[in-house]
Every structure is written in C-alpha cells, then in structure tokens.
Design a protein around this ligand. Structure first.
Ligand code: GDD
Length: 294
C-alpha cells in the first residue's frame, strides 16, 4: 500500500515509517503545514495513496498543562484540515486516527475497554477526545473510511524528554558519565500505566490499516499495569551507578489518572495483534540507546 504518514518525524512516526517499509509498503511523507488549510488541501490533492496514518500531534501531557491553548489549537485544527482535504477530494483511502488512552483519564478501576467513560485530566486529553470525535463524525457524516485507535503508553528509542522513560534514563546516563554517584529527580511514582514497546505499537497500526473496520475505535496496549516506581527501580538496577532517588512534588500533575490499564480484546479479536516484547527488554534497549547516542 501507499501510506501517507503525518508526523513521520515524531517518535512513533519514525518507527512506523521504518516498519512500513519492512512490510513492503511505501510510506509517503509530504511536507505539509497541517495548520494551513489551503496548503493541506493543495498538498493532499497531489498525492496518490491508499491509506493515511495521522500521527502529527503534540503529545506531551505535562506541557499541555502549561500551554493548553497551543495544544488544543494544534491537535484539533491539524486534524480538521486533514479531514477536510480528504473529504473535498472524495477520498476512499483508509484513515487511521491516533487518539489516546488519556481520553479515559479519571480513576478507572481495572482494565479499560472502549466503553469506559471519558474523564479527561489534561488539555492534551481534551484535544485527543476532539480528534477522536472528529474522526467519528467524518465517518458518520461523510462516510470517510476512518478507524480510530486509542493507544496506551508506548516507549522505545528516540522518545523525547518530557515522557517518563527518557526523563529517567537521561538522568541515569548523565550520572554514569560523570563517574560519580548522583541524584535523580522524579515525579509521581505511584501512578500505574500500561507500557507497550513502540515496535509492537507500530505493528498494531499496520494491522489496524489492513484489518480494522471503518467507523470502529480500538484500544491498544499490553493489558499489564505497572507502577512508575517499578519502571524506575528496573532502570536503576540495570545501571552500575550509585543513584539516589528524590521525589519532587512540583512535577506531579494535578488530578492525573492514578491508573490506566488497557483492555485490548476488541482489537486483538479484530486483527490478531498481540504485544511480543517484554517491558524489561524494552527498558534495557532504551538505556543502551541513550548510552550510545548521548
Ligand atoms: N514525564 C514524566 N517525567 N513523568 C513522570 C515522571 C517524570 O520525571 N515521574 C513520574 N512520572 C509519571 C507521570 O506523572 C505519569 O503518571 C507517568 O509517569 C507517565 O508519564 P508520561 O510518560 O509523561 O506519559 P502519560 O501517561 O502522561 O501520557 C503518555 O501516554 C498517553 C497514552 O496513555 C503520552 O505518551 C501520551 O502522549 C499518550 O497519549
């Protein structure tokens, strides 16, 4: 398939474009300013593609608390301009909208399926609900061939500072390089999240394109909840450096979800997907990547 990818230079985007090539697809990565409606329409009208993966979005929950207007404007209007461009050209292409587990927010008991209530705890989460529902509306109103995914946390090489794993790993590698003992500053270690290797996540994106059903929405995640303290302890254990951990409450996010664990049965049934890479292996790989590249 010829697959147009927006946000191809982002964390998941870089892994996805590589993966699509390995699977024999062609990833098209046009330069578009998605916030410019006219430019988006012109660029999209010139491309030939069978599918679109819309990844371009600001993804940092922490930053969204500081600059809410920016993230809302960016995430909502970028997608609106893309969908309008597709609608105007009567596109039959399959479109994958990447939403987020953060839409559920709140303090959800147990694992979360697609019917759980939305209780957004950040402007980022609200922007993702808007993207999700815009996708649904363009399917219902105009018959665009849209599938929505709600991925839970994913991690791997190349993720930016501002997310928990790179925030921890960067500090650990700096201590290792200093050759001395050191202190690492962390935020809320009590939160429970569901982590999937980005390589497993991008394989889910490809399967969704091939086997997902138009109009549907699917959760994607490992189904295993881990405390952030577990993640930190694993990383610290993988290092020989002497590391003191200091919790800084100013890094806590007001009202953030205490737990987000995925129920991805619906997606697994529809596509046969299952995550293959154990969390500990991913953490080892990410730590090694930071040691080599930083
Ligand atoms: N970033 C960060 N830095 N988070 C920390 C730290 C720290 O030093 N210490 C503790 N945490 C906690 C956060 O409070 C949060 O509970 C958890 O670690 C994970 O934080 P993030 O990696 O920033 O991810 P997130 O859960 O807020 O959101 C991610 O997952 C969503 C899907 O569930 C992002 O990748 C979103 O873009 C994604 O949609």
């Amino acid at each position: 398939m010829n697959i147009l990818v927006t946000g191809s230079s982002g964390f998941a985007g870089r892994h996805l474009t590589k993966y699509l090539q390995v699977k024999g697809h062609t990833a098209l990565i046009p330069e578009i300013d998605l916030l410019n409606a006219t430019e988006t329409e012109v660029v999209i009208s010139k491309q030939k593609f069978d599918a679109v993966v819309h990844l371009a979005a600001m993804a940092e929950v922490g930053t969204s608390m500081i600059s809410p207007a920016k993230i809302l404007r960016n995430n909502i209007f970028a997608q609106l301009n893309l969908l309008e461009a597709l609608r105007r050209r009567n596109s039959k292409a399959r479109v994958l909208i990447i939403c987020s587990a953060d839409e559920y927010g709140g303090s959800q008991e147990g694992s979360i399926d697609e019917n759980a209530q939305f209780m957004p705890a950040s402007p980022y989460a609200v922007s993702k609900i808007a993207q999700d529902f815009l996708g649904l509306q363009y399917f219902l109103s105009y018959g665009l061939n849209i599938i929505r995914l709600r991925p839970f946390n994913h991690i791997g090489e190349g993720q930016r500072i501002g997310f928990v794993v790179p925030d921890f790993v960067k500090q650990i590698v700096e201590i290792e390089k200093s050759g001395q003992s050191g202190e690492i500053i962390v935020g809320n270690l009590e939160a429970v999240r569901d982590f999937t290797d980005v390589l497993d996540m991008v394989s889910a994106y490809e399967l969704a394109l091939i086997k997902g059903q138009a109009g549907e929405v699917y959760n994607v995640g490992s189904g295993k909840g881990v405390k952030i303290s577990y993640l930190l302890n694993q990383l610290v254990k993988m290092s020989k450096a002497k590391i003191k951990i200091t919790v800084d409450e100013s890094r806590f996010r007001p009202g953030e979800p205490s737990q987000l664990i995925c129920n991805s049965e619906k997606f697994m049934k529809a596509t046969g997907w299952k995550p293959e890479i154990p969390l500990e292996k991913t953490l080892e790989r990410v730590l090694e990547w930071w040691r080599k590249t930083r």
